[in-house]
Design a protein around this ligand. Structure first.
Ligand code: F6R
Length: 615
């Protein structure tokens, strides 16, 4: 939540910062602002609404040119999305500017204290106190990095801060606690950002910042310390994708591009994970096999779409390893005092690696002695850094707020983890594992085939644009797929959408069925678990008898559903457990097209942000 950029170098700071903010707008789009050091002073501009409003303001009232600057795109927490609450925030003298992501929990006390010393605060934000505190500390020590360290020691909560001071015109300082911040190192220039996407056009050389660290950025290098001033070790890494991966590439929306990238994302996530003799080698999973053999419970924690991936993972983990698996919303997890010990394996699934609820859940799990394995798409982010092990998904950057390709790759990663557990625990034979891996390696082509047949789904979506409600039903692994279909529709089309386990219908939800209500039904394969298939065909008949308009997603060759389907969406036949990899795709396309038909912003749905770094 909130995107932050800082720049020191020889280019126009404004150009670099605004271009960086464009790449980070997915993190928040309530308001945006920039500050540039120029002519011995600080020049700032900020505007409520999307970045485009700020760009317009900068054309109408240009800022002076400078080569040091900071910028922010906001997802509001304290104070509504107004010009005054937009960042940067400045001190009363207008010499220091600060941008912030997170929540400063003790801001009310600090604000009262500052007011007592004669400061005038003009916004409703928690952030503004930092500008005033930095100004006070700087006036005593004349060193922005030191001032930042002193201020950070007084702050409670989660924060990434980036600041500049007119008296140190070639310096930008950043600090982080429980909120993301990465450093980019170029030739004679350096960058700070919430995400590498902001500076990938300039450099692919990045440095991770650890917890409670302050970084001082100068043209000729960076200096990282702890909040206490002690020099800090850092980890440098090379970003393995380039600027084009973060562009729309000719698509109208990032979401469309990311849906289309799924075959590659799935294939890339499988790449290099099977060795010559056919066994799985998950190098990054640094938990010794002996420990995995002792595991007596798996708990998956995640939020939103990643939670749905976890629900599907449970079926695979329990089926292939016979280890009990619980799946819990990360935001609920630690508050119910879960039973965890050294024999519990916690799997934390997160695309961004920064979701605060998931981070807090994994910290709680580790405190109780459990091992944590992260499934994550963002190299160097906080969740994998704080976990015992990580399995990276290789979806590439996901920019659209609604998660698509990350979800499919999370599924692949979870299947791999389940198979790996089966391998080390001896519950799966090598040839069985190889057979599933072969099935998985075919999925990329199957997803491609689904994508090629989506025009009728788009047409159907457009025809439903004026509906109020769409319901989704599934059984077994189709149930989380139904939940995911409903979530996509809620967040993108702003429609009432609910997913149900089809067997639950008769226990209440069937009362929602009335004439012409669209109901999407994810039908399990008639092969394998035929009993599930037969039951859901009965469910379709039950809702159709009550007037529902049935939209049936069923595998090719499944003739039993034909008489009861008002609309039939065919997907390729897959093994039962892998069906979500193909069945989810039409639901993504459906939601995206419905949102477009309703005139909604597909990539930036209202009230949302991509990376949820507050609890
Ligand atoms: C929905 C969506 C969210 C995220 C959730 C977790 O389309 O994207 O529900 O899945 O906020 O985010 P990560 O995976 O970054 O932890």
């Amino acid at each position: 939540m909130c995107g932050i950029v800082g720049y020191v170098g020889s280019q126009s700071a404004l150009d670099v910062v605004v271009a960086g903010l464009k790449r980070l707008e997915y993190r928040g789009y309530d308001s945006a602002g920039v500050a540039v050091l120029a002519d011995g002073g600080m020049a700032a501009a900020k505007k409520a609404g999307k970045l485009a409003n700020l760009e317009k303001e900068l054309v109408e009232r240009p800022l002076p040119a400078g080569s040091t600057g900071i910028g922010h795109t906001r997802w509001a927490t304290h104070g509504g999305p107004t010009d005054a609450n937009a960042h940067p925030h400045l001190d009363n003298a207008g010499r220091v500017a600060v941008v912030h992501n997170g929540i400063i929990e003790n801001f009310a006390a600090l604000r009262a204290e500052l007011a007592g010393r004669g400061h005038t605060l003009t916004s409703e934000t928690d952030t503004e106190v930092v500008a005033h505190l930095l100004a006070e500390e700087f006036s005593a020590c004349a060193d922005l990095a030191e001032a930042m360290r002193l201020v950070c020691r007084r702050l409670e909560g989660a924060f990434t801060l980036v600041a500049a001071h007119a008296d140190e015109p070639d310096v930008v300082v950043g600090a982080r606690r429980n909120s993301p911040l990465v450093v980019g190192v170029g030739e004679g220039e350096a960058f700070l950002a919430s995400d590498v996407a902001a500076f990938i056009a300039h450099t692919r050389s990045a440095i991770e910042l650890g917890q409670d660290q302050v970084v001082e950025l100068r043209r000729d290098g960076v200096n990282v310390t702890g909040f206490d001033g002690a020099p800090a070790g850092t980890r440098s890494y090379h970003v393995d994708w380039d600027a084009s991966a973060a562009e729309k590439g000719g698509y109208d929306y990032f979401m469309l591009k990311e849906i289309a990238e799924q075959p590659k994302a799935v294939a890339d996530t499988l790449l290099g994970r099977v060795d010559a003799d056919g066994s799985l080698t998950l190098d990054e999973v640094r938990i010794p096999p002996g420990v995995l053999r002792e595991v007596d419970k798996v708990v998956v924690v995640a939020c939103g779409t990643a939670f749905h991936a976890g629900l599907i993972a449970k079926y695979a983990i329990e089926h292939w390893t016979r280890v009990p698996c619980e799946v819990e919303l990360a935001s609920e997890f630690r508050y119910r005092d879960p039973i965890l010990d050294a024999r519990t394996l916690v799997i934390a699934i997160s695309q961004s690696g920064e979701t605060m609820d998931t981070l807090m859940a994994l910290r709680h799990a580790r405190e109780q002695g459990a091992r944590v394995l992260a499934v994550c798409n963002t190299n160097g982010s906080t969740i994998p850094r704080e976990s015992d092990a990580v399995l990276y998904t290789h979806a590439g950057p996901e920019v659209a707020v609604a998660s698509t390709k990350a979800f499919l790759t999370q599924l692949v990663a979870c299947y791999l983890v389940a198979l790996y557990l089966g391998q080390v625990r001896g519950t799966k034979w090598g040839d069985e594992i190889q057979a599933v891996v072969r099935d998985l390696s075919r999925i990329s082509d199957e997803v491609e085939r689904v994508l090629e047949t989506m025009e009728p789904v788009r047409e159907l979506a457009r025809s439903l644009a004026s509906k109020d409600t769409v319901l989704f039903l599934g059984r077994h692994v189709g149930y989380p797929v139904a939940l995911e279909g409903a979530l996509k529709l809620k967040e993108l089309a702003y429609m009432h959408a609910e997913g149900f386990a089809a067997g639950e219908l008769k226990h209440g939800p069937i009362a929602l069925i009335e004439e012409d209500v669209p109901v999407v039904v994810v039908v399990p394969s008639p092969r394998g678990r035929s009993v599930l298939h037969d039951k859901i065909v009965s469910n379709i008949q039950e809702i159709r008898a009550r007037g529902a308009r049935t939209i049936v997603i069923a595998e090719e060759g499944d003739g039993a559903v034909v008489p009861y389907a008002d609309h039939l969406i065919r997907i390729p036949a897959t093994p039962v457990l892998l069906q979500p990899l193909v069945a989810t795709v039409p639901l993504q396309v459906f939601a995206c097209e419905l949102a477009t038909a309703r005139g909604n912003e597909v990539d930036q749905p209202r009230n949302l942000a991509k990376s949820v770094t507050v609890e």
